[in-house]
Design a protein around this ligand. Structure first.
Ligand code: ADP
Ligand code: F6P
Length: 474
């Protein structure tokens, strides 16, 4: 069948929408800011496009309007699916395993059954929506079986798969009771994209070891097909974040925030989902020791820690939140003064303008995950520093470190190293900070989200027509 690459179906665990309340009190759906939805927006609105995903919640699928011309197809999840697929196999088995097992992965046979069942439902929804010979782009670890299931249902399609999180080395992946099935599922794709070359290498090694297939880091032979593999580091809408951060109201808001923080000499900021992969506890320990040694003083320096609760019914996340909040309380109790906390701790979601203002106020941005597929916060901070100031303290274990080489790079497991690098970033002179920031900003302007989508889709779409559209709409 001829390839019809004018049509694209994105399949992701979540739909790129939020529900909100309209001025008349009615519930309405709108495009959620940030992330993949924004990345693909310029492409999708000029293309016959559909998005298959979950709208959040359980029970029957809500009837959704098209959003910016993109058809939204909701996959319904039951309470049991949510518990065993999303909270279970996706976020208590695969998530910790893929992030270096910094928490113990949990294996339950019931969770695997749910993973298969939900992947089948997503594959059927995509098969029902895709046009003959169309392109389907499957996203992330929740849906690793979908490429194989979809190929069985619709061999006419051209199928891409992209993993947003790290792909672990063989010695970790080999723990998985259903490792062969997961690899075979991914191999249903024509192109498998990872964030980093190391992940592609790990995958190829596993395919040889577990499935006995001929594989290099770029090509794998499966039956009569060749599956291509590559690294496509995801990015952000750099120009959009820079424009937002440079707006007069955002600049004024940043000034106001600094004032409200007590006009300290230095503001350190961290913005994370409340996740054990983000290294929040290690960062707090380093900060606490710097306060105790007098290297950092409360009136001169403040830490703003934003930590939005995430996956709140998963036990490991509940334990983490309790521990972080206890530690923040302890540090503030020990080092804060009346009206002058050592840490400003915020768990609220912010709109993009408020986030941009926070980035503008931060002299040092501490992004210190123990393992992260990419870490978009690091890139957003760089994009927001429109005056080329600001020091980025960045973990070597974030995918972003492979690109933002001029950051103050750190191993977050090394407490002394973390303290030392935080001190270095706090004391760095304007020339050093400026040189580093300029280089990182230049990189991000070249390697933005559209460049990412263009490079992945041009490798997937052999006719090139979809990518031509992306080029002309970006
Ligand atoms: P992850 O995908 O693991 O959550 P990333 O750093 O790659 O981590 O992406 C997080 C995204 O969530 C970023 O786009 C960031 O701006 C956004 N975000 C994080 N915290 C907040 C918050 N408090 N309010 C709004 N958006 C947030
Ligand atoms: O980075 C992986 C990821 O699954 C993202 O795709 C997502 O935006 C983020 O983590 C939050 O996860 P969840 O969908 O579980 O809230």
């Amino acid at each position: 069948m001829r390839q019809n690459s004018n049509s694209l179906v994105v399949v992701a665990n979540r739909l790129p929408i939020d529900d909100s309340v309209a001025p008349d009190g009615a519930c309405e759906w709108r495009r959620s800011p940030g992330g993949l939805g924004s990345a693909l927006h310029p492409l999708l609105r000029h293309t016959p496009a559909a998005w298959v995903g979950w709208a959040g919640g359980t029970g029957p699928a809500p009837r959704l309007p098209d959003i910016d011309g993109v058809r939204m197809h909701c996959v319904a999840l039951t309470a049991e699916d949510l518990r065993d697929h999303y909270e279970g196999f996706a976020n208590a088995t695969l998530w910790p395993l893929y992030h270096d097992a910094v928490e113990q992965p949990v294996y339950h046979r019931r969770w695997w059954e749910a993973y298969q069942r939900v992947n089948q439902r997503f594959a059927e929804a995509a098969a029902a929506v895709a046009e003959p010979g169309g392109l389907v782009w499957v996203q992330d670890y929740h849906l690793q079986l979908v490429p194989g299931l979809l190929r069985a249902l619709r061999p006419d399609l051209r199928i891409g798969f992209f993993l947003h999180v790290p792909f672990p080395p063989p010695e970790l992946f080999m723990q998985l009771p259903r490792r062969a099935e997961l690899l075979r599922g991914m191999l249903g794709a024509d192109l498998i994209g990872f964030q980093r070359a190391q992940a592609a290498h790990n995958f190829a090694q596993l395919v040889v070891k577990v499935l006995g297939l001929p594989a290099t880091d770029r090509r794998i032979g499966v039956d009569d097909r060749v599956v291509r593999v590559g690294a496509y580091p995801v990015s952000i809408d750099t120009a959009e974040m820079a424009a937002l951060a440079g707006r007069p109201d955002v600049t004024a808001r940043a000034r106001r925030l600094r004032h409200d923080l007590g006009d300290p000499q230095q503001v350190i900021l961290s913005v994370d989902r409340m996740d054990y992969t983000k290294g929040i506890e290690q960062r707090l320990k380093a900060y606490s020791e710097l306060l105790a040694s007098g290297d950092v003083k409360v009136r001169d320096t403040v830490l703003v820690q934003v930590a939005v609760p995430s996956r709140e019914r998963v036990g490991q996340y509940q334990i983490l939140r309790d521990r972080v909040e206890r530690e923040v309380g302890r540090i503030n109790g020990e080092f804060g003064r009346v009206g002058e906390p050592a840490i400003h701790y915020l768990t609220q979601p912010f709109d993009r303008a408020e986030l941009a203002a926070l980035y503008r106020v931060a002299d040092v941005m501490a992004v210190t995950p123990l393992r992260d597929g990419m870490n978009l916060v690091a890139k957003e901070y760089v994009a927001a520093r429109v005056d080329d100031t600001g020091a980025l303290l960045l973990s070597e274990f974030a995918g972003a470190a492979a690109e933002l080489e001029q950051a103050y790079l750190v191993n977050p497991h090394d407490l002394e190293g973390l303290k030392q690098m935080l001190r270095t970033a706090l004391r760095a002179g304007p020339d050093d900070v400026g040189d580093r920031m300029r280089a990182m900003r230049a990189h991000l302007h070249r390697h933005d989200i559209r460049a990412w989508a263009r490079s992945y889709l041009s490798a997937l779409d052999q006719t090139g027509s979809l990518v031509t559209r992306l080029g002309s709409t970006g």
